[in-house]
Design a protein around this ligand. Structure first.
Ligand code: G6Q
Length: 562
């Protein structure tokens, strides 16, 4: 592999061996300006990356690595609309969705700026009518609830943003997200709703996704059992899709379809009309602010020299640990309850983008292409898995995301929250050595034998890297910037690893096999055509199903026909 054989890669391998034993404690002691050197203030966001296992030389080499793969050229190709999604022969232009209109860029013969502006105007109009109550349901009542039915990229982004920005909601509408094919998800959601005042958004780029269409059909059935007349669907169902004919086939009025385009990847689509649920819940102005924040980060990513470029630095630090320290996971810990879905959103963004086993040319890669992303809000996570972050044999880098201002300034809560956050990054960096543990135990009155027994358990190795991302506050603008920051970080890493970050063939096989198994589950014959494990599992369910649903008949469902 060219990357592994490159001079800069070898230099990084040697450099890692040289600095492996260096402790960050020592690096901080030796350099009073370490924070100044290794932090960036960018508007209302600050990145502190000083608590990483790096020296100036590490950063020089990592930046050389970025240059060696022509990162800047490839970044510009993405912004210019080149078909960088090579396996699907598509441009990757989620950045165009947040760019102020008036630019000139054509894709597939369409003028992007005016296309996007048209859809934004349609979204704005819809928001105004629904929020003001001029959009009426079939009995003349205003809408009180919006249900977004979608999955993956058509769910995770909007759901995460709606949760994160809940304090900005105008309060005239509640929003709900249904994604799981498990009937529990839609059933429990519908229990809370009144069909006369509920607006469903069927959000599906392809409009062929089994889970979404099944949930949409169930929502439509539920609606029609109350509304009776199919003509009422037009007042209660809208669609967000690239597939006009399937939307119409489903029975949704074409006027209620919000389009988007092939050059918007699912996990990058919250900026498109897939964000309609966000705009309805928060108001169109907030949605526009989200776009503005993301655009500002796009501009930073596009124009800032690499050494001061936040997504570039974050991407390189990830590569440093993933490829040179063989670290296989990365934690994301938001110190903000409103960001509780952020790690789940990032899991898809990062792992679906770069979890690839071949490079763009189809060659098997011989290096890791991305860690497992996981996390939970602080401080809950401190009482759950931080034990492993502090004392497991292998270290796990972590991002701490921290709004300085609380939306709920209640007593001492925010001070305590932030004290915990800063204490954790300090503890992870410094650790507690044998001498410190010994002194502490002796001071507490333990005898020599007790000290020796307890000591190994109480030592913290430290030297565990973290990035801290401070936001002045969490608002639509800063959230937009934060999401775009991670999108570009993922892009940077994809370029270094040489993979296509914008396809997702890995999700296909399971879907194909599910289509094959589905009729077998409903059949009357025992299944014997798979491996013994799969046969046994299918048959166990078939038998349970026959007992639980004796009247169930094999039936064709909507998605068999598509
Ligand atoms: C995202 C993926 C995937 C996709 C869902 C939903 O990048 O492509 O998560 O968003 O499978 O697809 P539809 O929007 O087509 O229903």
């Amino acid at each position: 592999m060219a990357l592994l054989r490159s001079a800069v890669w070898s230099a990084l391998v040697s450099h890692k061996q040289e600095i492996e034993k260096l402790h960050m404690r020592q690096l901080f002691q030796e350099d009073a300006n370490r924070f100044e050197r290794l932090s960036i203030r960018w508007g209302s966001l600050m990145l502190d990356y000083s608590k990483n296992r790096i020296t100036s030389r590490s950063m020089e080499l990592l930046l050389d690595l970025a240059r060696s793969v022509e990162l800047e050229k490839k970044r510009d190709e993405m912004f210019a609309g080149e078909a960088i999604n090579s396996t699907e022969n598509r441009a990757v232009l989620h950045t165009a969705l947040r760019r102020p209109s008036g630019y000139s860029l054509e894709v597939d013969g369409l003028d992007l700026s005016s296309e996007i502006a048209d859809v934004l105007a349609q979204m704005k109009d819809c928001c105004e009518r629904v929020i003001s109550g001029t959009w009426k349901g079939y009995t003349g009542k205003r809408m009180t609830d919006v249900v977004n039915i979608g999955i993956g990229g058509s769910d995770l982004g909007p759901c995460m943003v709606a949760e994160a920005l809940r304090p900005f909601a105008h309060g005239h509408l509640q929003v709900h997200f249904v994604s799981n094919i498990d009937g529990t998800h839609i059933s429990e959601t519908l229990k809370k709703l009144d069909p006369e005042t509920t607006l469903f958004i069927i959000a599906s780029k392809t409009f062929t996704t089994q889970e979404t269409l099944t949930n949409a059909m169930s929502a439509r059935d539920w609606f029609l059992t109350h509304a009776a007349d199919k003509s009422h669907i037009a007042k209660h169902f809208v669609a967000v899709s690239t597939n006009r004919s399937k939307v119409v086939e489903f029975g949704i009025d074409e006027a209620n379809m919000f389009r988007f385009w092939d050059w918007v990847g699912g996990r990058y689509s919250l900026w498109s009309s897939i964000g309609l649920s966000i705009a309805l819940f928060l108001g169109f102005e907030c949605f526009q602010e989200l776009l503005n924040g993301a655009y500002a980060m796009d501009e930073h990513f596009r124009k800032e020299p690499l050494e001061g470029n936040i997504p570039v630095l974050l991407g390189l630090l990830g590569v440093w640990y993933n490829n040179f320290f063989d670290v296989q996971s990365h934690a994301v810990i938001p110190y903000d309850q409103y960001l509780h879905r952020f790690p789940a959103f990032l899991q898809q963004l990062d792992m679906e983008s770069n979890g690839k086993r071949v490079d763009k040319q189809g060659n098997t890669v011989e290096y890791a292409t991305g860690p497992v992303i996981w996390g939970e809000p602080g401080t809950n996570s401190q009482h759950a898995f931080f034990q492993l972050l502090h004392q497991s044999p292998n270290f796990i880098p972590a991002d701490f995301i921290v709004p300085l201002k609380s939306r709920n300034p209640l007593g001492e809560h925010h001070d305590i929250l932030l004290a915990n956050c800063f204490a954790q990054t300090e503890a992870l960096m410094k650790g507690k050595n044998e001498q410190e543990v010994r002194q502490e135990l002796e001071a507490a009155g333990y005898n020599a034998s007790e000290v020796n027994t307890l000591m190994p358990h109480k030592v913290f190795p430290g030297n565990r890297p973290t990035n801290t991302i401070l936001l002045d506050e969490l608002n639509p603008y800063t959230l937009g910037a934060l999401i775009a920051m991670y999108e570009h970080k993922v892009f940077v890493q994809g370029i270094i690893w040489g993979v296509n970050s914008f396809d997702q063939w890995g999700v296909e096989l399971g879907k194909q096999l599910a289509k094959a198994i589905y009729p077998e589950i409903q059949g009357i014959e025992r299944v014997s055509c798979h491996d013994s494990s799969t046969n046994a599992l299918i048959n166990a369910y078939r038998e349970a199903r026959m007992k639980n649903l004796p009247d169930a008949n094999p039936q064709l469902s909507f998605f068999d026909e598509i």
